[in-house]
Design a protein around this ligand. Structure first.
Ligand SMILES: [Zn+2]
Length: 330
């Protein structure tokens, strides 16, 4: 088998001529054929087939073909079609040997790709470390928010995000008292919706633990470390390295995802947005807890009792609409 340092892709006729001493004026036939040397696949159909058909040279210009050895040691070029039609199709063992050449070629290409990526191993290791650190930072921020907001509010946020219902709507009640045309007193009550605003910045961060990011990152880092540091990898090691490198793209995507989650968290934690969380639930005790949490998360001090803060929100809504009652929209 060809060693990777010897391996060079053959893309032009001059690549071939640079590596092999081709006897261009020789003809190849079944009788003087010895063995396949290696296949090639060029950019252009610039090679003339040297197979002898009906007493003369095939001369078909081709891109894909084989470098072939003759019985007397001469090396010639034969097009893919002639090679299969005239040499291998009639002869099972030749076909097998050509197939093996193809497989060798493919393996050599894989090996070369893996080796060029191996040169970036340190970069990938650093990328793995960086994305791991970023995950830890994101997790710490999420945990802080999660640990500060009341559990019920967190659950509401997850529901709101999943159902994409971001509008925080409360209703206020108006009561009209009057006398009808028959002189009878009547009371007319009605509920009207009023929006407090739209929740911003909800995202995957609400369920960060469920995404298996940590597992993917840890596995990537571990697999990278498992690729041996040596010149020549075995075929098994090539398989493993190839599989590991194929997850670089996924890790890069995760990296990007983290950055967008950081942005979403920033948006969510803006005071004007965070204050909406107080309005996600009607339970007064939880709303008071949320007031405390919101102040903690924004670093603002709370001058009054949290219950007063909640009552003030309702009082303002009532005053604005001359309402007789308020309730959360069901
Ligand atoms: Zn031919």
């Amino acid at each position: 088998m060809m060693s990777p340092t010897e391996f060079m892709e053959l893309k032009t006729l001059s690549d071939i001529q640079g590596r092999f001493d081709i006897a261009h004026d020789r003809l190849l036939n079944k009788e003087n054929f010895s063995h396949g040397v290696r296949p090639y696949s060029l950019y252009q159909p610039e090679v003339s087939c040297q197979y002898e058909k009906h007493g003369k040279r095939c001369s078909q210009q081709h891109q894909k073909g084989y470098i072939v050895g003759c019985q007397d040691g001469a090396v010639v070029l034969i097009g893919h079609c002639c090679a299969h039609k005239h040499l291998s199709l009639d002869d099972e063992s030749l076909r097998a040997s050509f197939k093996m050449l193809d497989a060798t070629e493919k393996q050599a290409i894989r090996r070369r790709k893996v080796e060029s990526r191996l040169e970036q191993r340190q970069t990938f290791i650093e990328q793995g470390r960086a994305v791991h650190m970023r995950y830890k930072e994101l997790q710490a921020r999420v945990n802080e928010v999660n640990g500060t907001l009341p559990r019920q509010i967190w659950r509401k946020l997850v529901e709101r995000w999943k159902s994409n219902s971001l509008d925080v709507v409360w209703e206020y009640q108006t009561t009209k008292v009057g006398v009808d045309e028959n002189g009878k007193k009547f009371t007319e009550m009605a509920w009207h919706p009023s929006s407090y605003g739209k929740l911003n910045g909800l995202g995957i961060w609400l369920q960060l633990g469920a995404q298996e990011y940590a597992e993917q990152i840890a596995d990537f880092r571990k697999q990278l470390e498992l690729i041996p540091v040596k010149k020549l990898l075995t075929n098994l090691e090539i398989d493993h390295a190839e599989a590991t490198f194929s997850s670089v793209a996924a890790i890069t995507n995760i990296e990007r995802e983290f950055e967008s989650q950081f942005k979403l968290l920033d948006e969510f934690l803006k005071p004007s947005n965070l204050v909406l969380t107080i309005q996600l639930i009607s339970n007064q005790a939880i709303r008071a807890e949320t007031v405390v949490a919101v102040h903690q998360l924004t670093g603002q001090s709370l001058a009054e009792k949290p219950e007063k803060f909640v009552a003030e929100i309702e009082r303002q809504l009532k005053r604005k609409h001359k309402a007789t009652g308020v309730r959360i929209q069901q």
